[in-house]
Design a protein around this ligand. Structure first.
Ligand code: NIG
Ligand code: FE
Length: 347
């Protein structure tokens, strides 16, 4: 079968947040921890302090595990720098990882991942920093000249970025020729999905509480809905995106791990597929489509990878199973036997 495309990850970071995992098990919520200055800011502090070599070395091990579980293309976001130097350092780490690893990486600029502590109560100034300083610096550093485009993403959420702030950032990114993504409706429905459709975003991601009206807008658009069932699972929450309903409405649904140190430290697309069958009402066949061809479209590579077709890249998997349904029927073990990347056996 084609290799998995994982179209939404925060795989590049330093440190971990195991202590917060324990705090959450004792009752603290993810957004409470974030509001108290922990959460994403904890990883921002660790990543700001780390050298590019440290970030690369820590992240490479995660990419190795992703490859072993059958992922041949991964999207990777910045968003743990949250100042100009830190965001450029993350883009540089992503570039080094892409060059030095069999996996291909699609980069995404997520300067608007959180309001850094130093901008608390003057959030709009931080938005201005993203638009007026970070984006020009990224352009000046040559990250917009590559053949594969750079994406821009925003965490549109209460306690992060409003719809107005998200629109300002994404419109500027669009004007610079970047592809667009958005974290929409993860905890609260603010209107991020409608914004994604309005701006012609490549994908709208999370969609755990998107109202039906906006799901219909998404169904009528070319924007892919990227669902991340590992995230509610990782947070021990029981509310999942309505995958079944979205597919029935006509949304192009993709799946991704969302691999990150806060909500979902998971390298395995097959595990995400197992969750999608059980908690989002998707069939095993639908989870394969969502993890290959639809996921390829979610990172703008639908014409190059994601299916076995003449003219596409030979990113292939050999699986040790009697039937395709075993991919999501079984879980917690790796059934990928061989990974072939661009025609070469790599794992
Ligand atoms: O997609 N919600 C925002 N971003 C990530 C979490 C990142 C983190 O906690 O470090 C997500 O769940
Ligand atoms: Fe995310």
């Amino acid at each position: 079968m084609p290799g998995f495309v994982d179209p939404h990850t925060h795989v590049v970071f330093a440190g971990d947040r195991a202590p917060e995992f324990e705090m959450r098990l004792r009752g603290a919520s993810y957004m409470e921890i974030m509001a108290a200055g922990g959460g994403i800011m904890n990883t921002v502090r660790a990543t700001r302090e780390a050298s590019p070599e440290d970030i690369v070395n820590e992240s490479r091990k995660r990419l190795d595990r992703m490859l072993a579980h059958g992922t041949t293309i991964v999207e990777a976001k910045t968003g743990y720098g949250l100042n100009t130097a830190g965001e450029l350092k993350m883009l540089e780490a992503i570039r080094l990882l892409d060059q030095g690893h069999a996996l291909d990486i699609v980069p995404t600029f997520l300067g608007a991942h959180a309001i850094p502590t130093e901008y608390k109560d003057h959030e709009d100034e931080y938005v201005s920093l993203v638009v007026d300083e970070m984006m020009p610096a990224i352009e000046a550093a040559g990250y917009l000249d590559h053949q594969a485009p750079l994406f821009c993403d925003v965490f549109c959420e209460e306690g992060a970025f409003s719809v107005g702030q998200s629109r300002r950032i994404l419109q500027e990114a669009k004007d610079l020729g970047m592809g667009l993504k958005i974290h929409a409706d993860e905890f609260n429905a603010l209107g991020g999905t409608a914004l994604a459709v309005e701006l012609g975003a490549t994908s709208a991601d999370h969609l755990a509480c998107t109202p039906e009206k906006e799901l219909r807008l998404l169904a009528d658009s070319d924007t892919v809905g990227v669902l991340l069932p590992g995230t509610p699972f990782g947070l021990a929450e029981t509310h999942y995106a309505q995958g079944r309903k979205m597919i029935d409405l006509g949304v192009a649904v993709a799946l991704a791990t969302d691999l990150n140190p806060g909500t979902c430290y998971c390298e395995s697309m097959p595990f995400v597929m197992a969750l999608a069958c059980r908690y989002m009402g998707m069939t095993p066949a639908e989870t394969i489509v969502a993890s290959t061809i639809n996921a390829a479209y979610a990172v703008g590579l639908g014409n190059e990878v994601g299916s076995l077709e003449i003219g596409k890249k030979a990113d292939l998997l050999v699986l040790d199973m009697p039937d395709y349904r075993h991919l999501s029927y079984r879980f917690g073990t790796n059934l990928v036997e061989t990974v072939i990347k661009a025609g070469r056996v790599v794992s």
